[in-house]
Structure formats: structure tokens, C-alpha cells
Design a protein around this ligand. Structure first.
Ligand code: MN
Length: 254
């Protein structure tokens, strides 16, 4: 299906966003829930994201334009939207450097959003982006500080989105207590890469902790590995895209 004519972003960007949805699903970072967005390539005041649906099912015709200012879809009669779209809009508003946002509940990250004092710092070279000079590792967002003791933990308003963006600060990942995480980057491919390796690093750390004292990367190692790896994101992107496509085709053939 063709994309709606109201979207004037490049066809390449639309397809990349569709691919990002499928990759995050195939890599086990999102399931029926979670979402990924990209800033519009012709207008920094807009971003692109699917309507309310499971990422694996997203097609170009499901992508909508949203206003950074309001977090609302720029279409007269919008379909159902993600409740937590304000995660995306408020981060784009607070961080002009951010071009892509991925929100998920990936399973190995959750313990670090639950156990008090647990720090998700980098332990493997693929996840150097979790640390670095002047970078203490992902902060933990406590929604009770903003929504009281009986919320559904969702970022369902601009105000909560703005509070989350403040906790994120200049970082690349923010953990959300009892909920999941949100990953940002200067490109969609890097955002997907970071979402995948945030999960990998969390899993490795959980596996290493029972074995002995954990050695984290130094700040210098974190910065150096990040620069090396993120110059090579085309390689995993091509692989993950192909794997996701094959998997989806196999599902459709059944
Ligand atoms: Mn969520």
C-alpha cells in the first residue's frame, strides 16, 4: 500500500522506520508493545511513528506524522495512537540532537528498572554508549515522583513526557521504574543498535554478577568502543533487516 499523501518525508526514511519496527521485533526488543520513531527529515518540528499497533505488523501506510509540540498526529481524523507518544514528542522537544527514539520493555533490562541501586553500566565493548566521560550510565525515572502512587506507569501526557526527558538529560538511555527503557540516538539505525545492545549488555551483566566482581568498562573504553561500533551500524542493520524480512515472510507463508 502507498503511504498517505500527507506525509512528505522521504520514502527511504519511511521504509527505514518500517524496517526498524520489524528489526526491533525480530531481535526481541519489542513484542506487541513498544514503539520507535524518527524525526522528520524535512521538518525538525515533526516526527514519524506508526499508529497504535504491534511493531512487527507496521507497513508504510501505518506511519503517521506527529507534531513535536503537541505529540498529536497531524491528520484530521487520526486512528488510535500510542498512549505513550509523549515519550517521543517531549524528548524531541528537549533534545534537538536526537533524531530517533525507541521505547521498549526488553526483558533483561527490566531487572535494572526494578532493583534499587542496580546500575546498568557497560560491561561489553558493544555497549560503550551506556557510559563514557561525563556519563554515569542510564538514570532511573521514578514515575511516582510525578504521577503519584497509583498511576498505570505509562507516559500518557505531555507533562510526564517532559519529566521523563528531564531525567534522560543528555544521556542516551533512560530506565523507567517497573516499566522499561527509552533509547535515543542521532540516527534511526544507531537508536536500533543501542536498543539491541542495551538488552545484550543487561543480559551479560546479569550472567556475570553471580560469578564474581564485575569489571565495567572505563569511561575511556566506553567512549572509544562507542565511536568504533557506531561507525559500523550499517553491518548489523543489513543483517537484522534481512533476518526480520525472512522471518516475516515465513510467517506470512504459513
Ligand atoms: Mn511502555
Amino acid at each position: 500500500m502507498a503511504s498517505p499523501p500527507s506525509i512528505d518525508a522521504s520514502a527511504e526514511l519511511l521504509q527505514e522506520l518500517v524496517d526498524a519496527n520489524h528489526i526491533l521485533h525480530h531481535q526481541g526488543i519489542v513484542d506487541a508493545f513498544g514503539h520507535v520513531s524518527v524525526r522528520h527529515d524535512r521538518d525538525a518540528a515533526r516526527f514519524l511513528m506508526a499508529r497504535n499497533m504491534a511493531p512487527a505488523r507496521v507497513q508504510p501506510s501505518d506511519i503517521l506524522e506527529y507534531a513535536v509540540d503537541s505529540g498529536e498526529a497531524l491528520t484530521p481524523d487520526p486512528p488510535r495512537l500510542y498512549l505513550e507518544r509523549f515519550i517521543h514528542s517531549e524528548i524531541y522537544k528537549a533534545r534537538p540532537d536526537v533524531m530517533a527514539v525507541a521505547h521498549n520493555h526488553s526483558p533483561a533490562v527490566l531487572p535494572f528498572c526494578i532493583a534499587r541501586g542496580a546500575l546498568l553500566k557497560p560491561v561489553c565493548h558493544m555497549a560503550g554508549f551506556l557510559g563514557g566521560e561525563n556519563h554515569d550510565g542510564p538514570a532511573l525515572f521514578e514515575i511516582r515522583d510525578h504521577a503519584g502512587p497509583a498511576s498505570d506507569l505509562l507516559i500518557r501526557s505531555r507533562e510526564l513526557g517532559a519529566a521523563l526527558a528531564r531525567t534522560l538529560g543528555p544521556a542516551r538511555v533512560v530506565l523507567m521504574r517497573g516499566h522499561g527503557c527509552t533509547v535515543v540516538a542521532e540516527s534511526l539505525r544507531v537508536a536500533v543498535f543501542r536498543a539491541v545492545y542495551t538488552e545484550v549488555n543487561a543480559r551479560l551483566l546479569l550472567q556475570a554478577l553471580p560469578l564474581g566482581e564485575v569489571e565495567f568498562l572505563t569511561a575511556g573504553e566506553a567512549d572509544a568502543t562507542r565511536v568504533t561500533n557506531e561507525g559500523q551500524v550499517a553491518r548489523p542493520w543489513a543483517l537484522w533487516r534481512e533476518q526480520a524480512q525472512r522471518s516475516l515472510q515465513a510467517t506470512e507463508a504459513k
